[in-house]
Design a binder for this molecule. Structure first.
Ligand SMILES: [Zn+2]
Length: 232
């Protein structure tokens, strides 16, 4: 299927760049060498090139591979050093970036592309599922989920992802993810089902008119969650 130009890479890059520039930088201005925008864009570039790891990506950058490409393709003024990269992204206010997911979906909607994803009676199929992306016995932060086994504690980070899919469409469309992590001062651990409740209201808030069919695994087959589905 032909995709209009502004829905392609350069449109996406411009959209991301605009939103990245709007994120307020809470860092001390005297100590910041690189724009927050450039950290986000470098992260996007890493995903775009499907680099298997942050480390190999940064090694390649240090050797000068792709540097010029990166600067022009991704409007990056200067490429952040590896040591700062992780620290800055870890501290960044990711909820401020959620609007990007809606921006893109609205673009698809206004260009009549989204309607190709209608699955049943004008409704969109939205599977939700959690996945773990960090696990360690040693490294932890206040947001870590913890699990005890054989007297040892393991630390985790998980994310809940919702996507719009259609059996005939190759691409899946991402909605804003919901982190599954502990909040400051909370005595109870966060869990996927609670994140599921939060993601439902987030989807509703961002796309009030989107008719959805939400699917999930057995974890979600509980009365409170099913009830919530009928009310959102
Ligand atoms: Zn953590």
């Amino acid at each position: 299927m032909h995709i209009k130009k502004h829905l392609g890479f350069s449109g996406l890059r411009k959209m991301l760049s605009k939103r990245f520039l709007q994120v307020e930088d809470a860092r001390d201005a005297d100590k910041t060498e690189y724009r927050l925008h450039d950290f986000f864009m470098t992260g996007f570039a890493m995903m775009y090139f499907q680099e298997p790891s942050l480390l190999t990506f940064q090694r390649r950058l240090q050797k000068g591979c792709n540097c010029n490409n990166l600067k022009t393709m991704f409007s990056i003024e200067s490429i952040p050093k590896d040591t700062q990269f992780r620290d800055v992204l870890d501290q960044a206010p990711l909820n401020k970036l959620e609007v990007i997911f809606s921006d893109y979906l609205h673009q698809l909607q206004s260009n009549k592309y989204l309607e190709h994803y209608q699955f049943l009676d004008g409704r969109y199929l939205i599977p939700i599922d959690g996945s773990q992306y960090f696990s360690s016995k040693k490294i932890c932060c206040p947001g870590c989920l913890t699990k005890q086994s054989k007297g040892k504690i393991r630390y985790h980070h998980q994310i809940l992802q919702a996507v719009i899919v259609h059996p005939d469409m190759k691409q899946v469309l991402l909605l804003a993810p919901e982190p599954i992590q502990n909040k400051d001062g909370s005595t109870k651990q966060d869990c996927e089902i609670n994140a599921g409740k939060r993601i439902l209201s987030k989807i509703k808030k961002a796309h009030p008119k989107l008719k959805a069919i939400i699917t999930g695994d057995g974890l979600y087959s509980k009365q409170p969650f099913c009830f919530l589905l009928t009310t959102v």
